[in-house]
Design a protein around this ligand. Structure first.
Ligand code: CMP
Length: 246
């Protein structure tokens, strides 16, 4: 069941903020099956936090006190190895949550979460989350569903690391990016802000030099088209990836 969040007349800035949080919660796919009462309860317990691009929101190994819903902007989830190399686990967008794992298992933060764009978040403290779940258990089921989805994606990445070469992993990543944030264009799917080659390397567990060679070969073969900061993932590459997966 989905519903739209009715926008009331505000008397204070605080009420306006709660209504904004409520609207964002109601629209988030993670929460859009909750009842209006549950959404309202979550909104009342949450506050807004604004984070500038490149600022760290959550640091690996710190204790976790809150979870976050992205109202706007983007957040990169990553881990740094001892040699300083970075692995990007995910890039989260509007309507997605993070920071819940340490609230549930009581351990330290499992990864770093860094705003890649100016980002607005709804923040919910552990105690509020637990009190909310005691009244509205459906929220816990939604969070479990989200964590199951994340585990599936992690399984897929592990399988790819073990079974696919860098070229196949790069193609898979580019196709996934096109599906996640691309828009239809004449020759294929347009990704407006393409990741740098270093960012792609961090996403698929490789180094920039190797990615550079594989990326340039795809461009020479006409399977991707670079247009400034944008990228077109061609229909031919989408079809090639579809055949490989079938
Ligand atoms: P927590 O461990 O509290 O803080 C870091 C957060 O990063 C974690 O909760 C999750 O919300 C998020 N996170 C960890 N691993 C992944 C992953 N593989 N994909 C997406 N998000 C993740």
């Amino acid at each position: 069941m989905s519903f739209s969040f009715a926008r009331p007349t505000f008397t204070t800035a605080a009420e306006e903020e709660k209504a904004r949080i409520g609207a964002s919660i109601a629209q988030a796919s993670l929460f859009n099956t909750l009842t209006p009462e549950a959404v309202d309860d979550l909104a009342r317990r949450s506050s807004i936090k604004r984070v500038a691009a490149r600022n760290t929101i959550v640091s690996q190994d710190e204790p976790g006190e809150s979870m976050f819903l992205i109202i706007s902007g983007r957040v990169k989830v990553g881990i740094f190895g001892e040699n300083g190399r970075e692995v990007t686990l995910s890039v989260l967008r509007q309507g997605q949550c993070f920071g819940e794992m340490s609230l549930f298992d009581g351990k330290s933060r499992s990864a770093n979460c860094i705003a890649t764009d100016p980002t607005t978040l709804a923040v919910l403290h552990r105690q509020d989350l637990l009190q909310h779940i005691a009244r509205y258990p459906a929220t816990a089921l939604n969070l479990l569903g989200d964590m199951a989805g994340r585990l599936r994606r992690a399984d897929e990445s592990i399988a790819q690391l073990a079974l696919c070469d860098v070229n196949e992993r790069l193609i898979h990543r580019l196709v996934h990016l096109a599906e996640e944030e691309g828009t239809e264009a004449d020759e294929g799917i347009l990704v407006r802000r393409r990741p740098t080659q270093q960012e792609l390397a961090n996403m698929i567990g490789s180094c920039r030099e190797t990615i550079s060679r594989a990326f340039n070969q795809l461009a020479r073969d006409g399977l991707i088209i670079v247009q400034g900061r944008s990228l077109i993932v061609t229909d031919a590459l989408m079809a090639q990836a579809g055949k490989a997966a079938a």
